[in-house]
Write a protein that binds this ligand. Structure first.
Ligand SMILES: [Zn+2]
Length: 222
């Protein structure tokens, strides 16, 4: 939790919309702001308000990620509270704003649980960023259709795997059998983990980790 500086809900939006005020803001943020941007008040302001902020539901369930500008508004309007600061303060001559890292809504948002989409990122997550032919873990993965699409293969969970470029090139337009290559495991639709979309933030966003279940250091590796 962050220190209470005794500043009661300042008129945040008015402050944000005042260019003169923005230009006057000091460079006293301890957050992850590009140091080059910090040399210029306008760039600094933009860099701070673009910082990613984790939004939790009232019941502490991770909901989404917004930027700090949106978080300022939610907190300023009394719709959310700051749970983690971790990034210092944005100071104007008359106000001090916490730069939040994690905020929690004061009311519950009910929404249908999203289903796992078939996209590159989620295929790589399912396959733990490992080539399904040679077993190499790499950031430089491609998507391979086990039965090539031009031979009737579907773009579906049970026909796509992560493959390194070398293996994908070697397999080319053939089936694994024709290319004498073996899959490490047969692809299938993964059990959808609603927290996957947050994992790739967690290498950097250390304060978020305790709010996101199931994360391991290589979960967000891509
Ligand atoms: Zn490979």
């Amino acid at each position: 939790m962050c220190a209470n500086l005794g500043v009661q809900n300042p008129p945040i939006m008015n402050q944000l919309q005042s260019e003169r005020q923005e230009a006057a803001w000091g460079h006293q943020c301890a957050g992850r702001v590009n140091p080059i941007a910090a040399q210029n008040p306008f760039c600094y302001y933009a860099a701070v308000t673009d910082i990613a902020v984790l939004v939790l539901n009232q019941n502490y369930e991770p909901l989404n990620v917004c930027n700090a500008r949106r978080a300022f508004v939610l907190v300023g309007r009394g719709k959310a509270e700051v749970l983690e600061n971790g990034r210092g303060y944005l100071r104007s001559p008359s106000f001090v704003f916490e730069i939040p890292s994690v905020i929690r809504l004061v009311y519950i948002i009910r929404r249908p649980r999203p289903r796992g989409r078939l996209c590159r990122r989620d295929v790589f997550l399912r396959d733990r960023h490992t080539c399904q032919y040679c077993g190499r873990q790499t950031r430089d993965l491609t998507l391979d259709h086990v039965l090539p699409r031009n031979r009737g293969g579907q773009h579906a969970w049970d026909n796509v795997v992560a493959a390194c470029k070398d293996c994908n090139h070697r397999k080319a337009g053939r089936t694994p059998e024709e290319a004498h290559m073996q899959l490490i495991r047969q692809p299938a639709r993964p059990a959808f983990n609603p927290y996957h979309p947050f994992y790739h933030y967690l290498d950097e966003q250390v304060e978020w980790r305790k709010f996101i279940p199931g994360w391991q250091p290589d979960s967000g590796f891509y």
